[in-house]
Design a protein around this ligand. Structure first.
Ligand code: ATP
Ligand code: MG
Length: 225
């Protein structure tokens, strides 16, 4: 599904070099991969490259066998809409829109009619267990519920790959575990891949594969049976 080949993205600030250097990794369809590593090790940098939000200095990103990182921004934007989903630490829901309207947004951007978008959004919220919260605003939902809305929003357009940056970091432990169990179930159910950046042990415990980063380098890969 996702192939990252020998990718480098270097930042130079005040004479100090940081970023990610010569990283290669693959995530198969239906698998949940975790990028683990301490603060500053390059997890977000790598997610932004995989999510086509940033371009590498060297190397390439492939999605379903197609080299995509060097495409013009217009085509990368189109791929983001069709094939990728995003989940963030801070949920990033639109505060004045209710749960259904938040989930409808990417569907409308895909050009679907309002009635179709509404139907698909309600189905996605149902899948994440929020059937009874369709018309709540983000501020009227708990953190765990807001993150489930964000997952429904990432999921509804039927992406191939979902990128999640510290999705449990704003949640207490009691919410993080069930959220990861939900992501894992979605992988298996839809043949969807997840790439999750996290240093949370409960997230790492759910992974099919763990990629360990340190100072911008890939220092280890653990494949779970
Ligand atoms: N736009 C930028 N300009 C300069 N340096 C940057 C930029 N973005 C990131 N960096 C540097 O690159 C390194 C990796 O940052 P990154 O955000 O990928 O780390 P991270 O593993 O996601 O950390 P955290 O766990 O704290 O989120 C850090 O040293 C950071 O300071
Ligand atoms: Mg980060």
């Amino acid at each position: 599904m996702l192939d990252i080949r020998n990718i480098t993205r270097a930042y130079e600030l005040g004479g100090e070099k940081a970023g990610v250097f010569g990283i290669s990794l693959s995530v198969a369809a239906g698998k949940l991969a975790v990028l683990a590593g301490p603060s500053g090790s390059g997890k977000t940098t790598l997610l932004q490259l995989a999510g086509l939000l940033d371009s590498p200095d060297e190397g390439e990103v492939r999605l379903e066998g197609e080299a995509v990182s060097a495409l013009p921004e217009r085509q990368r934007c189109d791929l983001r809409l069709r094939k990728l989903g995003f989940v963030f630490q801070a949920f990033n829901l639109v505060p004045v829109l209710d749960a259904v309207e938040n989930v409808m947004l990417p569907l409308q951007l895909q050009g679907r009619s309002d009635s179709e978008a509404r139907k698909l959004a309600a189905a996605a919220l149902d899948r994440v267990g929020l059937t009874d919260r369709l018309h709540h605003l983000p501020g009227q939902l708990s953190g765990g519920q807001q993150q489930r809305v964000a997952i429904a929003r990432a999921l509804a357009p039927e992406p191939k790959l979902v990128l999640a940056d510290e999705p449990t970091a704003s949640l207490d432990h009691a919410h993080g575990g069930p959220l990861m169990a939900l992501m894992k179930a979605l992988c298996a159910e839809r043949g969807l891949s997840f790439l999750v950046a996290s240093h949370d042990p409960s997230v790492i415990a759910t992974a099919d594969v763990v990629f360990r980063l340190s100072d911008g380098l890939l220092t280890g890969t653990e494949v779970r049976p």
